[in-house]
Ligand binder design. Structure first.
Ligand SMILES: [Zn+2]
Length: 367
């Protein structure tokens, strides 16, 4: 870069970019701060050392019955990155009103036969839901919102391990190279978190509206079979958001070569838990993906076909998802590469993610 920096200990030139916060001198090993102002402004969760991580991977390998693969002699690359996150504490209530048509089943005995039919009840509901609170992790970089990174953020949001100011962290010298620069400012992070939170609030309240209308009809002793919202208004009120300082979360990626194939493990950097794992695909799995592809396009396509008759606009996204899902599975089936297995402890987080972001989050990981 244009401005030249020199080591304040030995005077050797330093390799500094506009994003550099601090740099370790490659001649004398002295830590030079370029952005003194960020010492307190950025927090970091300290990573486990490489030794400990390799031990964790070996233990993971023997649990997966792949002990041979994760021998240290097969290790081809171990990378540590520190990903910046904002943890945004969001709270909101929702003021709602809606008109719901609740379907009920009526039956009557006529001579020896029971005759049944459906009637509808119009129900008006209104109220205030919440406050609904959550801590939303937002990645502080553009284009880094892949699944494994988001899982890391979620894990941090629920486990809340200690984060210390960067200036006090006493990181190992080679950790500094892995720090990813922060590209998203606090305000943008809060906007992203709010948007995500309010979308979730809206879908929760939509469910609340239906349940409330249905239970009101049920209390009259009627047999409810379903409900449809005719119109609804959901207005967020008392919206509050506060963000943490940007926090660097460590993530390791390890690549192993074994039997001519590549295996990759992504681990949470502070406790060494495996987040995702890729291994060469077996033939049986390839066939399974192919089958899934047929089901995905068939089932979702069929469903949207039915919806088109009921509601042409709502069915469009389903058609698209069906197409993407089957394309994704086909791709999995045809490419002789890997499959990603997420550790059981992350499955709940993953399901939540999938529910929110749909199939696109898996695509993000692959593309
Ligand atoms: Zn130096």
């Amino acid at each position: 870069m244009s401005q030249s920096f020199r080591c304040s200990n030995c005077g050797a030139p330093l390799d500094v970019s506009p994003e550099t916060i601090a740099v370790v001198c490659s001649y004398c090993g002295y830590l030079n701060w370029i952005r003194e102002d960020l010492k307190e402004e950025i927090l970091v969760v300290k990573p486990l050392g490489e030794r400990e991580i390799l031990k964790k991977i070996e233990a993971f390998g023997s649990r997966k019955k792949l002990g041979q693969v994760f021998k240290e002699t097969n290790l081809s690359k171990l990378t540590l990155v520190l990903v910046p996150f904002y943890l945004v504490d969001v709270s909101a209530q929702a003021d709602y009103s809606a008109n719901v048509v609740v379907s009920v089943r009526k039956c009557r005995r006529e001579k020896n036969e029971e005759r049944c039919w459906t009637e509808s009840r119009n129900v008006f509901v209104k109220g205030v839901y919440g406050p609904y609170n959550d801590i939303v992790p937002v990645v502080g970089r553009r284009g880094s919102n892949v699944l494994s990174v988001r899982v890391l953020g979620k894990k941090y949001a629920v486990s809340r391990v200690e984060a210390v100011p960067l200036g006090e962290a006493k990181l190992d010298k080679d950790v500094w190279r892995g720090i990813l620069s922060i590209e998203v400012d606090k305000k943008t992070a809060m906007d992203i978190a709010l948007n995500e939170h309010l979308n979730r609030l809206r879908s929760i309240v939509t469910e609340v509206i239906k349940r409330e209308a249905e239970s009101r009809v049920m209390m009259r002793g009627e047999h409810v079979v379903g409900s449809t919202i005719l119109w609804k208004r959901i207005t967020p009120i008392n919206v509050k958001a506060a963000t943490s300082k940007p926090t660097l979360l460590p993530m390791y990626t390890a690549v192993y070569m074994y039997g001519g194939s590549i295996y990759r493990v992504i681990l949470c950097g502070w406790d060494g838990e495996a987040i995702a794992f890729e291994r060469p695909m077996r033939m049986s799995e390839r066939i399974a993906w192919g089958t899934l592809s047929a089901i995905a396009s068939g089932a979702l396509g069929g469903l949207s076909g039915m919806l088109i008759m009921a509601n042409p606009i709502a069915s469009l996204p389903l058609l698209v998802i069906g197409g993407v899902a089957s394309w994704y599975c086909m791709r999995k089936a045809l490419t002789p590469v890997k499959t990603t297995v997420v550790e059981p402890s992350f499955r709940n987080l993953l399901n939540l993610e999938l529910a929110i972001h749909g199939i696109s989050s898996i695509l993000g990981e692959i593309l």
